[in-house]
Structure formats: structure tokens, C-alpha cells
Design a protein around this ligand. Structure first.
Ligand SMILES: [Zn+2]
Length: 315
């Protein structure tokens, strides 16, 4: 007994609804970050604006203890246990905060982003673990497995669950997801900083914070703005979460195929699959173990939820 196309289609739907919940968690974290960033910008404006306008010249002074309160409020929200990429950035922001009041604002916004990224990393790590546990369960429910085969699956699952696990991607250029998410953090920080600079150069008024830096209809605005920068990081994080889960699930599929000596398999597309995946499906079946035979998502695309199903009698 092995899984059928119908079962795999159902499985894809289950996975998509799990992904939707993960997406919600990630969106919630980033929405909260937007609120925090807005409150930091408002606090800085209230403190440093002169006659209702804030310009770069208002922010050149040396940082005093009272200035530092702005940073301290966000710094204190960081968890005690930080990982290396977080410590690097925190220390960098602390140094930047001492350069001037403008540097202090950058650093404070940076602290907000560290916390958000830290939370998103936790969500993705947990999602990766859940993906493996769920998939092992699914495999055991839907395949006749001997004791040895079960043991092999469990061993494989343990390996994939290790925090150091990195998928064997066909391209050497691929960046591990954790590095990518911190690169996205840096990009987001730079975008936010340059958006604020652009506004300061024109003179920042209270209404500019609401209308230009944090517009309600962020996507419709021609100019870059803070919710837009956060949204891009959110889209990227959701794509990483899904792709990492799918990669781990397919690693377990690979192990089942190996154990059951599968010779051929078909590509099962997700609902509304893209042209590329439909073409892969149409060109099946594929010989198992052939390096030219495609695997989701590494050989299709990030975000791909397609799966593989055995097509022939097993040996
Ligand atoms: Zn696909």
C-alpha cells in the first residue's frame, strides 16, 4: 500500500491550510512591528520637532541620557537569549545610537526590527518541526511499512529536524533560509532609514508621518513607505516558511520511495498550479533516483506545494 493521487491531492490541501495559519502568524508579527515603528517615529517627532517640523539639523546633537530613553524602551523588549545574527545587529545598533540623535532613531527602529525578525525565525523553526512530525505521521498512516522501514523514516526525520539541517539544493548559490531572513532584515532597515531621510530633507510634519511614512493604502503609494518595506519582508518570510516545509516533506517522501523501492513516480500539482508545474506533471512519469527527475520545490520553484506519488508496482 502506498499513497494515491487522490490522497496526495487531499494532503496538499491540508498543507495549504496549515501554511495559511503560518502566514497569519507571520503577518501578525510584522503588523505589530509596523505599530511599534510608528510609535517610535511619533515619539522621536514629539521630542525633536521644532515648531511642528523636524529637519536633519534638529538631530545632529550629541546623545544624552534622556535621549537614550527612546532606545531603552525597545531594547528592553529584546529577549535575553539572542542568537549570533541578533547579537551582531544589536551591538551594531548600540554603536550607531551613540553617534547622534539621528543615529539613535535608526538604532531604535533597528531594535524593533530585531525583535520582529526574532519572532518570525521562531515561527519558521517551529513550522519546520511541525512539517516533519506531520509528514512522518501521514507516511505511517498511508503506507505499509515494515519495522525497519519505520525506523529508517524516524532516523531520517531526526536528521531533518536538527537545527543544522540544510537542504541539498541543486544550485550552489542558494542562501540558507536563516541567512536570508537576516539579509531581509537589513534590507528592510535600510529602506525604512532612507524613507525617513527623504522625509526629513523635506521637513517632517505630524501629518507626513500618517500620510507618507505610514499611509493607510501603503501599496498604492508611489513613494516607498514603511508598511511597504515591512510587507516585502513578510512576503519573503512566508515564502521561506512554505519552501522550507515543502523541502523537508519531500526529503521524507524520498526516504519512503527508497525504502519501498519505487521505480517511477508522478508529479501531483497543487490547485491552481503554475505553468511550470503543469508542464512537469504532463512530462511524467519520472524514474526514481535519476538526477534529472524533478523534485518539489527545489526543481520547480519557491512556494511550490506540488508533491510526488508512486505510479508503478513496487519491486
Ligand atoms: Zn508546483
Amino acid at each position: 500500500m502506498m499513497t494515491t493521487v487522490k490522497q496526495e491531492k487531499q494532503r496538499i490541501n491540508q498543507l495549504l491550510s496549515r501554511d495559511a495559519k503560518t502566514d497569519e502568524n507571520i503577518d501578525e508579527i510584522y503588523n505589530e512591528a509596523v505599530d511599534r515603528l510608528r510609535s517610535v517615529v511619533n515619539q522621536a517627532f514629539d521630542k525633536y520637532a521644532v515648531d511642528g517640523v523636524l529637519v536633519p539639523a534638529n538631530l545632529h546633537k550629541k546623545v544624552t541620557r534622556s535621549d537614550m530613553l527612546l532606545l531603552k524602551r525597545q531594547y528592553e523588549k529584546l529577549p535575553d537569549e539572542l542568537e549570533l545574527p541578533e547579537i551582531e545587529r544589536r551591538d551594531n545598533y548600540l554603536a550607531v545610537s551613540q553617534t547622534s540623535q539621528r543615529g539613535l532613531i535608526t538604532a531604535t527602529l533597528g531594535m524593533v526590527l530585531i525583535l520582529a525578525t526574532h519572532k518570525v525565525v521562531s515561527v519558521i523553526k517551529k513550522n519546520n518541526q511541525t512539517a516533519v512530525n506531520d509528514e512522518v505521521h501521514y507516511i505511517q498512516q498511508n503506507n505499509d511499512l515494515s519495522k525497519t522501514q519505520r525506523k529508517r523514516i524516524r532516523t531520517k526525520a531526526k536528521q531533518i529536524k536538527s537545527p543544522n539541517y540544510e537542504s541539498k539544493d541543486s544550485s550552489d548559490l542558494s542562501v540558507p533560509w536563516l541567512d536570508r531572513i537576516w539579509l531581509d532584515h537589513d534590507k528592510m532597515r535600510n529602506r525604512i532609514d532612507s524613507t525617513i531621510n527623504d522625509q526629513l530633507k523635506q521637513g517632517m510634519r505630524a501629518e507626513d508621518i500618517a500620510d507618507k511614512l505610514f499611509p493607510e493604502n501603503a501599496e498604492g503609494m508611489r513613494q516607498d513607505n514603511i508598511p511597504k518595506a515591512i510587507r516585502d519582508a513578510s512576503v519573503s518570510a512566508k515564502r521561506l516558511a512554505r519552501t522550507e516545509a515543502a523541502t523537508r516533506e519531500d526529503e521524507l517522501t524520498e526516504q519512503v520511495f527508497k525504502s519501498k523501492k519505487v521505480r517511477y513516480y508522478d508529479w501531483v500539482t497543487e490547485p491552481g498550479a503554475c505553468k511550470k508545474c503543469l508542464a512537469i506533471e504532463a512530462a511524467g512519469p519520472y524514474k526514481f533516483g535519476d538526477p534529472d527527475s524533478p523534485r518539489p520545490p527545489v526543481d520547480s520553484h519557491p512556494n511550490c506545494r506540488c508533491r510526488r506519488v508512486p505510479t508503478e508496482e513496487t519491486e
